[in-house]
Design a protein around this ligand. Structure first.
Ligand code: GLA
Length: 378
């Protein structure tokens, strides 16, 4: 933070008027359910994108990205697409907010983040929600998390051309400190749920990055839509486990496995909420393991690196359960680990050593804390 405000002061000649932040996220359970109008259980993490800024009166936005080592700018009344670089996320948010009817003011700022890019921790949603916070602050807009998340998703879908669901923007906008959030992706209703006592979430970054994920993601979405259409419902969220079992035989084999994952995963999110409220770490861990198996075998979005790190984590005595998190095909897994400070280091060390031995890759492990959603820093 001092680094960010100092850089701003050096660049603009006086300290920033404010600093906004948009957090990354990790999803505990409920994967590939959001675009099926289903349920997810992510938490906002203590890694975020921050922007130090001050308003401008000429309807221009000027941003320096410290991570990219670049400055870019655009005019709010002349928004047009350029190459899909980092500034497009901010421009796209401006576009979506204006489409929604908000009158925007310009600003100039310096941006920096510590959410690893492309790792499946929603670095793009973090940029979008930090930018939305910046526009809300300088333009006096109400901060309504669900509205801002929808506009972030519209940015992603229509400006960036990525067909993602609502989970990432919603948790980045609406996260709550020390809690995961059960999100109903149809109504955007949220319920804060604490982790079981004496546990923490550890992110296991395989250090592989997902390739070709867009086409595989869109294919999964289409298969889910085919299944929903077969059942005659708006989305797989409307298919109960009983209905699925009764009619599963009518579906083509691949579509059946995709639907089985989604219907089962929605049920697991509800069971996870019950386990968390009961403080039952063993049951939550069991559900996370079952989620991973379903994503690996039925939804087929895991990868050898993700399977390796998940299996290694699951074997550690402190680990209650582990699964891949996010879209898949690379990136990160998440483990629920007993929080015994003197032994947590052993978990980290063991996973690092065993994963390196199995894959020749060096992983990154982050013990993370659940934070509030996008905010103006005090
Ligand atoms: C990506 C998308 C989300 C969600 C997850 C899978 O992170 O951005 O909307 O679909 O994949 O659960």
């Amino acid at each position: 933070m001092p680094h960010l405000t100092d850089t701003f002061t050096t660049q603009f000649g006086s300290p920033p008027a404010l600093v906004v932040r948009g957090p990354g996220r990790v999803n505990l359970i409920g994967e590939h359910t959001d675009y099926n109008d289903g349920f997810v259980m992510p938490m906002a993490i203590d890694r975020a994108v921050r922007i130090a800024l001050r308003p401008r009166s000429d309807k221009r936005v000027v941003v320096t990205s410290l991570d990219m080592g670049e400055t870019a700018e655009f005019a709010l009344d002349h928004l047009h697409h350029n190459q899909p670089t980092w500034i497009e996320y901010i421009k796209g948010v401006a576009w979506a907010l204006q489409q929604h009817g908000y009158a925007l003011e310009g600003w100039e700022g310096v941006m920096v983040g510590d959410v690893p890019i492309g790792a499946g921790l929603s670095s793009s949603a973090a940029v979008e929600m930090a930018a939305a916070r910046a526009f809300a602050a300088v333009s006096n807009l109400p901060w309504e998390p669900a509205t801002m998340a929808r506009l972030g998703q519209i940015t992603e879908n229509r400006w960036m051309g990525v067909n993602s669901g609502i989970m990432d923007q919603m948790i980045s906008a609406a996260g709550q400190a020390d809690h995961a959030l059960l999100i109903d992706c149809r109504t955007l209703e949220t319920t804060a749920v604490p982790l079981p006592p004496h546990t923490c979430a550890v992110i296991l970054d395989t250090s592989t990055r997902r390739g070709l994920v867009d086409s595989a993601y869109n294919e999964r979405r289409a298969q889910c839509e085919t299944a929903a259409a077969h059942f005659g419902v708006a989305a797989l969220r409307d298919v109960s486990w009983e209905l699925f079992e009764a009619r599963a035989g009518e579906l083509d084999e691949v579509v059946r496995r995709r639907a089985r994952h989604v219907v089962g995963e929605n049920g697991r999110v509800w069971q996870a909420q019950q386990a968390m409220l009961a403080g039952d770490a063993a049951e939550l861990g069991r559900l996370m393991n079952a989620s991973h198996a379903s994503l690996r075998d039925d939804f087929e979005v895991s990868s050898p690196a993700l399977n390796a790190i998940v299996e290694i984590a699951q074997q550690h005595p402190l680990c209650w359960g582990a699964r891949m998190t996010g879209a898949g095909f690379g990136g990160c897994a998440v483990a629920l680990v007993a929080q015994q400070p003197d032994q947590l280091a052993d978990f980290v060390q063991t996973v690092q050593t065993a994963y390196h031995a199995a894959t020749q890759l060096t992983p990154n492990l982050y013990i993370c804390r659940a934070t509030a959603g996008a905010s103006v820093e005090p």
